[in-house]
Design a protein around this ligand. Structure first.
Ligand SMILES: Cc1cc2nc3c(=O)[nH]c(=O)nc-3n(C[C@H](O)[C@H](O)[C@H](O)COP(=O)(O)OP(=O)(O)OC[C@H]3O[C@@H](n4cnc5c(N)ncnc54)[C@H](O)[C@@H]3O)c2cc1C
Length: 355
């Protein structure tokens, strides 16, 4: 008998989990108070990577997640993914070399490049770096079209998508029995909370505390322009790429810069820096900027697990959700439907937050 499952959230994480559950035969209802595409998801830089700054155990999950996107793209044709490669020189040379040595030893496809090669990879950089690291296997998922495509395919597989706000979870004898949406209860045997920054309030209604921070990140978006960038460029305080629509998007960090007191002024300054870094960008115009709030568990790592003490409740909240979505969807669906927890998820249980 197929399980009735509610997935709360239609961002990249909810969409991927819902797709994997529906694909495996569950009866899925997606409930979201945004349109398809979510809240943090549309404001994302959307770099898929296993780059510097993380312990090896997390690198292993991320590298698997990159592979899972390729698997998912075969199942959902037309997903707007691009394996465009990333050129990284946002660290001092000694730290960049340490990153290259460490990640090469872990099996990441690192190429050390000089200014000539950097200029070949990105011919429109005004100042190609003397030393950079290039990773051809990094890419991007255009976030909203990807989430929408996954959700559309989930509906094609038989799922229902409901637009509405979840007020609270319904419980009986320590187990979820449904979600109360705009005053009406929708019954389910299992509930997945993939509601990004909205997750703590929903979890709290079942007595579960989710320690989540939501730091802001500002990204500037140009009007569509002829091609200036081939892939991702991570220079010091300037991370940029060109979208499938032709927009140059940039942050002082891929996770978005601090908007400061005057986000408008910060965006204008950042856009000027972006323009100055690119040859042939005289006609590049700022269209708009976004300030997104990254759903980031307090220790920085994902929470993807059942909620101990409440039957039928699964939590999936994280930063780096664009990188992780395909793997998280697969692993969560397997855990919910088959009771099998992937070893790569071992460090990411909710129980660690209570320690
Ligand atoms: C500026 C910025 C840059 C980033 N850069 C990267 C990057 O380069 N690479 C990367 O991997 N990640 C990046 N991230 C992180 C990534 O975008 C997020 O981890 C991811 O988008 C989270 O997706 P989500 O589906 O969990 O949340 P969201 O997209 O926020 O979706 C949450 C969903 O839950 C719904 N919801 C919430 N509360 C309720 C409720 N009570 N009832 C009903 N529905 C509800 C919302 O309507 C929405 O549909 C970045 C994020 C930001 C903001």
């Amino acid at each position: 008998m197929a399980k009735d499952i509610i997935v709360i959230g239609a961002g990249i994480i909810g969409a991927s989990i819902a797709w994997h559950l529906a694909k495996a035969g569950a009866r899925v209802t997606v409930v979201s108070d945004s349109g398809a595409g979510g809240v943090a998801t549309p404001n994302s830089f959307a770099w898929i990577n296993a780059s510097w700054g993380n312990p090896e155990i997390y690198f292993r999950l991320r590298i698997r997640a990159m592979a899972e996107w390729k698997r998912l793209a075969k199942d959902v044709p037309g997903l707007p993914l691009s394996w465009c490669g990333g050129l990284c020189f946002d660290l001092p040379p000694d730290r960049l070399e340490a990153y290259a040595a460490e990640h090469s030893s872990w099996g990441y496809g690192i190429e050390r490049v000089d200014a000539r090669r950097a200029g070949e990879i990105e011919p429109n950089l005004v100042a190609p770096p003397d030393f950079a690291v290039y990773v051809a296997e990094e890419g991007v998922a255009e976030p909203v079209p990807t989430a929408k495509a996954l959700l559309a395919d989930t509906e094609r597989l038989g799922a229902r998508v409901i637009v509405g706000a979840v007020d609270r979870l319904a419980l009986s004898n320590g187990k979820v029995t449904g979600a109360v949406v705009s005053g009406e209860t929708i019954s389910a045997e299992e509930i997945v909370v993939a509601a990004g920054a909205g997750s703590p309030a929903i979890a709290a209604s079942a007595g579960i505390e989710l320690p989540l921070e939501t730091p802001p990140g500002l990204i500037v978006h140009s009007r569509p322009h002829r091609k200036l960038l081939n892939g991702l460029v991570h220079a010091e305080r300037l991370h940029m790429r060109q979208t499938a629509e032709g927009r140059i998007i940039a942050g002082s960090d891929f996770a978005g810069g601090d908007p400061g007191e005057n986000a408008e002024a910060t965006a204008r300054e950042l856009f000027a820096v972006t323009k100055a870094a690119l040859r042939g960008a005289d006609g590049l115009e700022l269209d708009f900027h976004t300030v997104g709030y990254r759903p980031t568990p307090a220790d920085g790592f994902p929470i993807v697990s059942r909620a101990d003490g409440v039957g039928g409740l699964y939590i999936a909240v994280m930063h780096s959700g664009i990188t992780l979505a395909a793997a998280v969807g697969l692993f969560a669906a397997r855990e919910i439907l088959e009771g099998e927890r992937d070893v790569l998820l071992a460090p990411y249980g909710l129980e660690r937050c209570a320690r």
